[in-house]
Design a protein. Structure first.
Length: 392
């Protein structure tokens, strides 16, 4: 039997790669290795429907168990890859066993960024990146409990919305002067603040966290300005970092994740990368990009499957994202960093509007609030401009 394609990581990108390889007629064995005990599952609902109890665990699964066997994929769960040996085309598992590969796809995603303050290791401090994270958090999230969320980005705000429906007393602490400071303009930030305050969430911006208080468990959060917030549990939502350590140790070129070309190839022959961990060239934006989104995990995995199967690939997508908070759906098409002006259309007070971001005369991104039509039009518009050369 020929050596298999080995996929490291068992998330959205891995599931899509198996699906697309099957469609491409890929005939070699496939082994998917994941460190969680679960088959590939959806992650966006973790801070939304799954946390709120509207979605059961079985509905999180991307594919039924039988699908993987039918696609010729062996699923090795609760298993971790410790090292990659590119010269011998082998991977070493945490138990010391080795597997020879014909091709390797790294789809290891991201992990929660560590909260760099004293007390972050106390019982009662949580992050939400996995099914088990949500199970542990939900068990502690009893009605009336005082929750302090550190970080006013999408995960923090989505969790705040669901926590309110669970009956928690919620405070969001954001070090930047406004919510969503890195990913939205002031119009969206101000709308989000009013939305959450209208549902009873306390929002504190422009202050950092000095430490988390407690001995055997969380009792409070001390802010950088000396204020103390009583707390029964704390959620750290301060971003994510790519899981690229095994790639770096194997000598792959790294650049805010694993550097790949437009065909998802890394700097080492027969090794590919896709999803949140991969940094790829975008002609649409004239620079290299690493995206943490379902869209990218799916589309880049499709590109990787085609490349592994011998097809020609030029991956250069229009990025898009979404966030559900209460009855509000925020959809973003494109990348807004680097914009120099905005235009707003619609009724902000009524919660139905869009904001267009421009870099000079070029449309860079559109954020739509309860306005799906503007979102779909934006995705079409952003796909058509002339490409910008990517340096390097």
């Amino acid at each position: 039997m020929s050596a298999p394609l080995v996929i490291i990581g068992a998330g959205q990108a891995a599931a899509q790669a198996v699906t697309s390889l099957k469609a491409e007629g890929y005939g070699k064995p496939i082994i998917v290795i994941g460190d969680e005990p679960y088959l590939p599952y959806q992650r966006p609902p973790l801070s939304k429907a799954y946390l709120g109890g509207e979605m059961t665990e079985d509905r999180l699964e991307l594919k039924a168990p039988a699908f993987y066997a039918e696609a010729g994929a062996e699923m090795r769960l609760s298993t971790r890859v410790a090292r990659i040996f590119p010269v011998g085309k082998e991977v070493e598992l945490s138990d010391g066993a080795r597997l020879t590969y014909d091709a390797l796809l790294i789809a290891t995603g991201t992990r929660a960024r560590a909260l760099p303050v004293p007390g972050a290791e106390l019982p009662g401090v949580f992050s939400i990146r996995s099914i088990d994270d949500v199970k542990h958090f939900r068990a502690a999230a009893q009605p009336g409990a005082r929750l302090v969320i550190i970080g006013g980005g999408y995960i923090g705000l989505e969790t705040a919305a669901k926590a309110k429906t669970l009956g928690l007393d919620v405070t969001v602490v954001e070090g930047a002067p406004r919510l969503l400071a890195r990913v939205a303009c002031t119009t969206i930030s101000d709308f989000a603040r009013l939305l959450h305050e209208g549902h009873g969430v306390t929002i504190l911006t422009g202050t950092g966290v000095a430490r988390i208080l407690g001995t055997d468990g969380v009792t409070g959060v001390e802010l950088a300005d000396g204020r103390v917030l009583p707390a029964d549990l704390v959620l750290s939502a301060v971003g994510a970092v790519p899981n690229g350590e095994i790639a770096a140790d194997a000598g792959l070129v790294m650049e805010n994740g694993i550097r790949v070309d437009e065909a998802t190839r890394t700097s080492v022959p027969d090794i590919y990368a896709a999803g949140d961990v991969a940094n790829f060239p975008s002609k649409l934006y004239g620079r290299r990009v690493r995206l943490e989104s379902v869209q990218n995990a799916i589309d880049q995995a499709k590109a990787a499957a085609k490349a592994i199967s011998g097809g020609a690939v030029a991956y250069d997508p229009v990025p898009w994202f979404w966030s559900d908070q209460y009855d509000v759906k925020l959809q973003i098409a494109g990348l807004l960093d680097g914009h120099d002006r905005t235009e707003c259309e619609g009724d902000v007070a009524a919660g139905r509007f869009c904001v267009r971001y421009f870099a000079g005369d070029r449309l860079a991104a559109v954020a739509s609030v309860n306005d799906p039509k503007s979102h779909m039009l934006a995705r079409k518009s952003l796909a058509t401009p002339p490409p910008i050369p990517v340096p390097g």
